[in-house]
Design a protein around this ligand. Sequence first.
Ligand code: SAM
Length: 314
Amino acid sequence: MNKQFAIDVKEGLSKTPKSLSSKYFYDEKGSALFSEIMKLPEYYLTNAEFEIFQNKASEIIELLGLTSEKSFDLIELGAGDGYKTIELLKALDHCNFQYQYTPIDISAKALHQIEGNIQRQFPKKKISPKLGDYFHILHELKASPLPKVVLFLGSNIGNMENVEANSFLIHLSENLSKGDKIILGVDLKKSKDIVLPAYNDSQGVTSAFNLNLLSRINSELEANFNTDLFEHAPMYDEREGVAKSALKSIVNQEVEIKGLDMKVAFKKEEQIHTEISRKYDDSVIQKICLNTGLNLIGKVTDSQNYFADYIIGK
Ligand SMILES: C[S@@+](CC[C@H](N)C(=O)[O-])C[C@H]1O[C@@H](n2cnc3c(N)ncnc32)[C@H](O)[C@@H]1O
């Protein structure tokens, strides 16, 4: 049994309102569902960031201030399947940059996917994937004496509240050296009619992805959640720029989690909060960078101004 998962589920379902961490979406089935989400027409985030890496990689490389004489570590936090990163690797290889690529992910399935994808595109490239929680792995970054470029793409940081994102960047900065860089991919604030469908697609894949969290608790913690009695509940606050997803109980019910020796009562309409996806503009980015020792160097956006990759330096 994954001990931390057990501890976090117990804590999250014991408090009011109930919540579960979005990092637990990514078991084998969840990672496969997320790859499907990335291909959905409504999920504009992937295409927008892919377009940036495909068309503006040279602009990004320039902002990073890299030179091909000096090798560096390219470290990706929550790498997923590496679909967009591969575009950056192609551009770096094209300019003969020397680097060691280290994707970090909590999901073994995601790391297998990325290894396979990189192998297919670059048969000779050696990468050094790391399995684990990036919150716990950050301190290992310091071990290498090489300059670092840290990728944190896909608006993963949007899964954190601003205070948490600020602490995360402080922690990241403490493990970087002067001159190291971060590429922070974030979804930009925009209207509800564009954002909400990205979290509520017409084929129901996002709903299946959210409900899979309950199936994961069933299989890993011997629970008896009936996923037909919960529904995916997305919302978007346009003024705040925050999308949230929850799982809503559609009846009064009690669920038993044998592995945690607990029973959890749900009232009809009661929600388990599962994910926040914050949207950004320059002022929010400035706010989360406050007191981190990190400075904004530049920003690259897609043609529709939906998404931005900020280049941040220590
Ligand atoms: C939304 S996906 C994004 C993947 C990729 N960065 C992209 O932009 O397409 C999030 C990825 O981060 C991983 N992840 C989430 N929380 C994590 C954590 N705390 N530590 C390591 N990986 C994590 C997940 O397994 C998943 O592969």
